[in-house]
Design a binder for this molecule. Structure first.
Ligand code: C5P
Length: 219
């Protein structure tokens, strides 16, 4: 198993962009687990499945052919031959992904997939980010971080990313998603042994440096 850095945090905490940059600077692999839940939600919708119906969602796991691109300059994801990198960021997918992610069989299936990706990574280390990485997917990782930021800052950052959406609309969706996701896993409080990095007062570069600092301390 490579050196695993587990990063959890709520929506809009910056964990994807920060983790991706940390991985780039350290020449580590990177795994965005939320992208896989999003891709499964996309696959369910593309298959005409009602994402609120758990049994139907489970039935499309067998045909879920999830692939991560090898382009070192970006992180692309595919379902079968279809590149869904952009499509999985659509607000429609954000609105239904929690319903897909709360199904226990979906979680078991994806956790297994994540562990096999981690074991096969072609680098000395891998940054894995999501909601349950520090507690369920890789609880024995040598570095475990909870990346947080105040709700106001998270909403502001997310609405800046989604051009054309108001802070209020983005905030509403973010709150709804965090509330739904929190019923499944606790990613708002750090579990025992998990280091909290609060980026409320930090800019992007400072947050990247703070995470690298935690990794260097443990390495
Ligand atoms: O990280 P991101 O916001 O892209 O995650 C999308 C969704 O995937 C979350 O809202 C959550 O429902 C689900 N998720 C999860 N466990 C993870 C990562 C994401 O349940 N480890």
């Amino acid at each position: 198993m490579p050196f695993v850095v587990a990063v959890d945090g709520p929506a809009g905490s910056g964990k994807s962009s920060v983790s991706k940059e940390v991985a780039r600077r350290l020449d580590f692999g990177f795994l965005d687990t939320g992208a896989a839940y999003r891709a499964l939600a996309w696959h369910a919708e593309a298959s005409g499945i009602d994402t609120d119906d758990a049994a139907s969602v489970v039935s499309c796991l067998d045909s879920f052919d999830y692939r991560i691109g090898t382009d070192p300059t970006g992180y692309s994801v595919q379902v079968g031959a279809v590149d869904v990198t952009e499509a999985i960021r659509d607000p429609q997918i954000s609105a239904v992904v929690s319903a897909v992610a709360r199904v226990p069989e979906v979680r078991r299936h994806l956790i297994e997939l994540f562990r096999s990706i981690m074991a096969a990574v072609d680098a000395s280390g891998i940054i894995v980010e999501g909601r349950d990485i520090t507690t369920v997917v890789a609880p024995d990782a040598p570095v475990r971080i909870l990346l947080t930021a105040s709700e106001a800052v998270r909403m502001g950052r997310r609405s800046a990313e989604l051009t054309g959406s108001s802070v209020e609309a983005v905030g509403e969706q973010l709150r709804k998603r965090d509330a739904a996701d929190s019923k499944v896993v606790d990613f708002m409080t750090a579990a025992d042994g998990v280091t909290t990095v609060d980026s409320t007062e930090l800019d992007f570069d400072q947050t990247v440096e703070a995470v690298i600092g935690v990794i260097r301390e443990a390495a």
